[in-house]
Design a protein around this ligand. Structure first.
Ligand code: SAH
Length: 242
């Protein structure tokens, strides 16, 4: 990857997002990304490997949530990137909001192991967590313990809700990145939102340079405690969405 801080800074500036990054933070983000792409040569983490692809699909796409997250992340709070894969969108939150503690969660130990390496390369001390969201949500020591959860490209919205809402404290927020197709099923999410005592507070549209598609961010607030029946055991949420 030859992508440097100047080119990344320019692209973020054009999207109106550069101001969310503190001085020097782009360098850490690029060290993380560079290490991830090195590891990707031997371990399959991402299909986006060219400079433009990485810039668009990982860095800019993740950064589009920053304006909406800003009011929720001013104090040192705990956020979680659920199904982080190659570390996005979590890495962009870590770079932009240093007071946040952002945990990178994935069910695949090889991926979280690789991410430890990338975090170290960036000089960040954020934690990783290996496990399925359903197990983390059923474990009393981790259930209802995060202020926010970000989720991109993990499952359909109803499943994402059952994975993510039990991890949140009451009043916490979940942000789900979506394509047009994924947005279509949001209409079907009424029963899941009700069962999980949560509501959609905003749907924001955005687009990425050179891509002729609309993208969406769905922002959800948790209104009350999650009933003990949720999340159902591992595998059930995706087999039979609420
Ligand atoms: N968020 C990243 C990766 C998406 S791929 C991105 O946008 O690029 C989906 C990732 O979610 C995979 O790494 C997979 O291992 C993880 N995953 C899928 N189901 C999960 C679950 N139930 N709990 C935790 N991680 C899960």
């Amino acid at each position: 990857m030859s992508l440097g801080p100047e080119k990344l800074g320019e692209a973020l500036e054009q999207a109106g997002l550069l101001a969310y990054f503190p001085p020097g933070s782009l360098e850490g983000l690029l060290r993380f990304t560079h290490r991830m792409l090195q590891i990707n040569e031997s371990l399959n983490l991402t299909k986006w490997t060219g400079d433009e692809e990485v810039l668009t699909h990982h860095l800019l796409d993740s950064a589009h949530a920053l304006p909406f997250l800003k009011p929720w992340v001013e104090s040192p709070r705990r956020w979680l990137d659920l199904g982080t894969g190659c570390g996005f969108p979590g890495a962009v939150l870590i770079a932009a909001f240093p007071p946040l503690q952002v945990t990178l969660l994935d069910s695949v130990a090889k991926k979280t192991g690789a991410l430890e390496d990338c975090l170290q390369a960036a000089g960040w001390n954020s934690p990783t967590l290996t496990g399925r969201a359903e197990e983390v949500g059923r474990n009393p020591s981790t259930r209802e313990s995060w202020d926010g959860v970000v989720v991109r490209a993990v499952a359909e919205f109803r499943v994402v809700l059952e994975y993510g809402i039990p991890l949140l404290k009451t009043g916490g927020h979940l942000v789900n990145w979506m394509t047009d197709d994924q947005l279509k099923v949001v209409d079907k999410s009424g029963p899941a939102l009700q069962a999980l005592h949560s509501e959609i507070v905003k749907i924001a549209d955005y687009s990425l340079p050179l891509l002729n598609q609309k993208r969406h961010l769905v922002l959800v607030e948790k209104l009350g405690k999650t009933p003990p029946t949720y999340p159902r055991p591992a595998g059930q949420p995706s087999k039979r969405p609420l």
